[in-house]
Write a protein that binds this ligand. Structure first.
Ligand SMILES: [Zn+2]
Length: 299
């Protein structure tokens, strides 16, 4: 049995038009990101799509650091966040103040049903002394894809079209995938605008033919899927970028949180004389005893 490449970003180029794109495929990595959290199925479904969207958007930008996507709303899920590092490390988090019932159904409208009214924002953090790239859009539409297309329509910094799917099957667990094509300013230089408009329209229609199970399949290779979609116009593929679960938390970061707590807070949070700091992305716990708490607060 030949194994199909998984957990990757596959960059590609449509030869007839020169338009560039990215395919995202995620299996074991998506499972691991989601398995860190105890969430009801509807929220897991939203998180799966959120992680795929964040990874796809991160692939549209050139950066060296951390890409973060966040959604804040007044619905049952008050915050959802995903980080994607430039070396393909992914983690996610959802704040669900009131439990969402396991039988809760999103009826094809996860954004209004789970996030409610609010906004979707992304940032690129490249560390000190570099510019922060930011985008923000209201949560408008039934799905995350509706929201991000709304952003693309009003943005002059990022022009793209995305099709995305995620789902869970008993045999394979969570899987997801996306295809994105991008319209870059440099593409417009050598071609007449009408020609590029036509190529764009054609490519988005071809991309729209993609079925959910083709995007998420563990059996259909990324090359095969791209060939199916764009073979009439020719498609060239480039080196893939691997994806994996990774959390950036550490005992040192937990110690920094302790150092910022007041004396009253320390006493309030103590359990049997110790304090535990839990990472909200990976749920790992760091425990600190009195001596270490005192040392952290003295620095
Ligand atoms: Zn962590």
């Amino acid at each position: 049995m030949s194994s199909v490449p998984d957990d990757l970003i596959q960059p590609f180029l449509i030869e007839a038009s020169g338009l560039r794109g990215r395919l995202v495929r995620m299996g074991p990595t998506l499972r691991e990101v989601i398995a860190k959290h105890n969430l009801s199925p509807a929220v897991k479904g939203l998180m799966a799509e959120f992680v795929i969207l964040a990874t796809t958007l991160s692939a549209a930008l050139k950066f060296d650091g951390v890409f973060s996507l966040q959604a804040k709303g007044n619905g049952p899920v008050s915050l959802m966040a995903t980080d994607v590092t430039s070396d393909g490390g992914i983690r996610a988090y959802a704040n669900v103040p009131k439990n969402v019932s396991p039988s809760f159904v999103v009826d094809g409208s996860p954004v209004p049903r789970l996030l409610g009214a609010g906004y979707l924002a992304f940032t690129v953090d490249q560390g000190k002394h570099t510019e922060l790239y930011q985008g923000i859009v209201d949560l408008q539409g039934a799905t995350l894809i509706d929201c991000i297309h709304h952003y693309f329509q009003q943005s002059d910094q990022l022009s793209a079209a995305i099709t995305l799917a995620a789902g869970s099957e008993e045999s394979e667990g969570w899987r997801g995938g996306a295809v994105m094509i991008q319209r870059l300013p440099e593409d417009e230089l050598s071609v007449r605008k009408e020609e590029m408009d036509e190529a764009w329209r054609r490519s988005t229609i071809l991309m729209g033919n993609c079925e959910k199970k083709e995007l998420t399949s563990a059996k259909l290779s990324p090359h095969e899927l791209l060939f199916r979609l764009f073979h009439e116009d020719g498609v060239r593929v480039f080196k893939t970028n691997p994806l994996h679960f990774s959390c950036r938390c550490s005992r040192e970061r937990a110690r920094q949180i302790i150092s910022m707590l007041s004396k009253e807070e320390i006493e309030e949070y103590k359990i049997d004389g110790r304090i535990s700091i839990t990472c909200e992305f990976c749920n790992s716990e760091e425990w600190f005893g009195d001596a270490e708490i005192a040392a952290a607060r003295a620095t």
